[in-house]
Design a protein around this ligand. Structure first.
Ligand SMILES: Nc1ncnc2c1ncn2[C@@H]1O[C@H](COP(=O)(O)OP(=O)(O)OP(=O)(O)O)[C@@H](O)[C@H]1O
Ligand SMILES: [Mg+2]
Length: 235
């Protein structure tokens, strides 16, 4: 059985419907990339999975229906969301940012877990008591990912983690992401405009255009697809 099975008949905001018939599956510890141009509906997919939109359909995590649950309950069920842009609270310290991610855990366990993250990534540790806004873009993304993993999720939703990062920093961040998800057995649903980076880390991928899925398959096959190469790989 898949970890996540989403059959989104429609989803949107108020009267505006953005997604139509978006079906997604993520196996346990699997990795799915969602590719698409500006405004295609990628963020809306993640927001829908997190319970932040109006949705018709079914979204099941380990067989449990999530549609109708509050965002808090969805997070507690095992879905963590790294939002688009700077997914950190700039005014909070690095430590406080991590502790926000551990809010569903007892505070002692959360503090110990935050310490472990800061030992593992000394750059975060050095800045434990400083505002997160002082970190570089790549460090902020790392902090946002660490914060999401603080809740020990089953599924990590990532919204364009490469946005605004130089290619070398993106490569480093994705390598770290790969290791972290492997170690913790966390599945990944990765939204990206950077198809090169996303197809390098994902197993399966879908392309979304105007709120609908227009292409799906193994990441390796999409990398060789002429249309994907033209539209998203610039080759
Ligand atoms: N809060 C909202 N209310 C109404 N419409 C919205 C809202 N947020 C997004 N939309 C619309 O939904 C569509 C999809 O937006 P979405 O942010 O999901 O796209 P995206 O693929 O993530 O784009 P980008 O690459 O720019 O992040 C767009 O037409 C957008 O205008
Ligand atoms: Mg977006």
């Amino acid at each position: 059985m898949s970890l996540l099975t989403a059959e989104i008949a429609s989803a949107g905001y108020g009267r505006a419907t953005v997604l139509h018939d978006v079906d997604l599956e993520v196996p346990a510890e699997g990795r799915l990339a969602v590719l698409g141009a500006n405004g295609a509906g990628k963020t809306t997919v993640l927001r829908t999975l997190s319970g932040l939109t109006r949705v018709e359909g079914s979204i099941r995590l380990d067989g449990r229906e999530l549609v109708g649950l509050s965002p808090y309950r969805i997070a507690a069920a095992g879905i963590a969301h790294v939002p688009q842009g700077r997914g950190t609270f700039g005014d909070l310290t690095v430590r406080e940012n991590l502790l926000v991610g551990g809010a569903t855990r007892p505070s002692r366990a959360a503090r110990a877990e935050a310490d472990r993250w800061m030992e593992r990534f000394p750059r975060l540790g050095e800045r434990a008591a400083r505002p997160a806004s002082g970190l570089s873009g790549g460090e902020q993304q790392l902090l946002a990912i660490a914060r999401a993993l603080m809740s020990a999720p089953r599924l990590l939703l990532l919204d364009e983690p490469s946005l605004g990062l130089a290619p070398k920093i993106t490569a480093e961040l994705f390598a770290t992401l790969d290791v972290l998800c492997r170690e913790t057995g966390t599945a990944m649903l990765l939204v990206e405009q950077n198809a090169q980076a996303a197809l390098g880390i994902a197993e399966q991928a879908v392309v979304i255009e105007s709120g609908q899925i227009t292409l799906r398959g193994p990441a390796a096959e999409l990398r060789d697809d002429d249309e994907v190469r033209r539209a998203y790989l610039g080759v």
